[in-house]
Ligand binder design. Structure first.
Ligand SMILES: Cc1cc2nc3c(=O)[nH]c(=O)nc-3n(C[C@H](O)[C@H](O)[C@H](O)COP(=O)(O)OP(=O)(O)OC[C@H]3O[C@@H](n4cnc5c(N)ncnc54)[C@H](O)[C@@H]3O)c2cc1C
Length: 251
């Protein structure tokens, strides 16, 4: 559904990574499913370029936060993103959606599914963590009998969006297991964060036998998403168990 909202900056959630809110009119959207995204477009912005005034963004907030939607993005210097950095709070913005089917299985809509042996495995390449934040914020308390595994991969720990909140969630929810990976580290890292390129073997090692029954969700830059999907297929995971959300527009 196309509507208009008001834009507010919410603060940085990692190096060069801005979170922002869009406040919709009451009941403009009645709901959405965690994992979905919205198309946001500036209306007559001060800065424009050939890449256009609109972008798709995964929704970070849970449906319970409606009529507020929260997003997060890497600042890259594009005209769209410079507007994000400089336009005043309250600026009107066009919002279309919700779109997408990168969501948890239908069976999870029942209030008490029991499937500890069927883990849900999230693999987030960089800013690809955004749809998972919505799913985790919405589901962890409600779906206590589901085991969630979140694997994040970033260049450095400073680039890891929502790092503090993710750690907090795993401390408070026994059904969330973390695997955090970075490709560079200039200084010693906290316990549990590995400096190595994430591969399916790391997933299987952490999850064990029940990984074979799992559903795998991969989000982030398209090259990372497709190479990880190929690697999972190569490791014997059935294609119907692999769900992908390539953030087209990142290269
Ligand atoms: C479903 C989905 C969810 C996303 N969620 C997020 C998110 O949560 N956070 C985030 O930071 N980014 C997200 N993105 C990517 C986002 O839409 C931008 O493309 C990205 O942030 C880069 O924008 P830019 O202004 O920095 O780069 P620029 O290079 O200036 O802009 C990217 C350009 O790529 C274009 N583009 C989009 N799709 C395609 C395509 N298929 N082929 C070619 N060009 C294309 C865009 O319209 C835009 O013009 C998502 C993308 C998709 C499709």
């Amino acid at each position: 559904m196309e509507t208009q909202g008001r834009f507010y900056r919410a603060g940085f959630v990692a190096r060069g990574t801005l979170s922002f809110r869009v406040e919709l009119a009451e009941r403009a959207w009645t709901t959405f499913t965690p994992g979905q995204y919205a198309y946001l477009e500036w209306i007559a912005p001060p800065l424009t370029d050939e890449k256009g005034n609109g972008r798709n963004f995964s929704i970070v907030s849970p449906p319970a936060d409606l009529p507020v939607l929260t997003f997060a993005t890497r600042l890259t210097g594009s005209a769209f993103k410079k507007n994000l950095e400089t336009l005043p709070d309250g600026t009107p913005i066009r919002v279309d959606g919700p779109f997408g089917t990168f969501c948890l299985p239908e069976r999870f809509s029942s209030t008490r599914p029991f499937a500890w042996e069927k883990p849900v495995v999230f693999v987030a390449g960089g800013i690809g963590v955004t749809p998972f934040m919505s799913m985790l914020r919405d589901s962890l308390s409600r779906l206590k009998a589901i085991s969630f595994y979140l694997f994040t991969t970033n260049r450095t720990l400073e680039d890891s969006a929502f790092q503090g909140e993710i750690e907090e969630l795993s401390r408070h929810h026994k059904n969330l297991f973390l695997g955090q990976f970075v490709s560079q580290a200039a200084r010693p890292l906290p316990h549990g964060i590995e400096v190595v390129r994430l591969t399916p073997d790391h997933l299987f090692e952490a999850i064990g036998e029940k990984a074979r029954n799992g559903d795998f969700y991969i989000a982030g830059p398209p090259s990372m998403v497709s190479s990880f999907k190929v690697a999972l297929l190569g490791a014997g995971v059935l294609s119907e168990r692999i769900h992908v959300d390539p953030f087209l527009g990142y290269f």
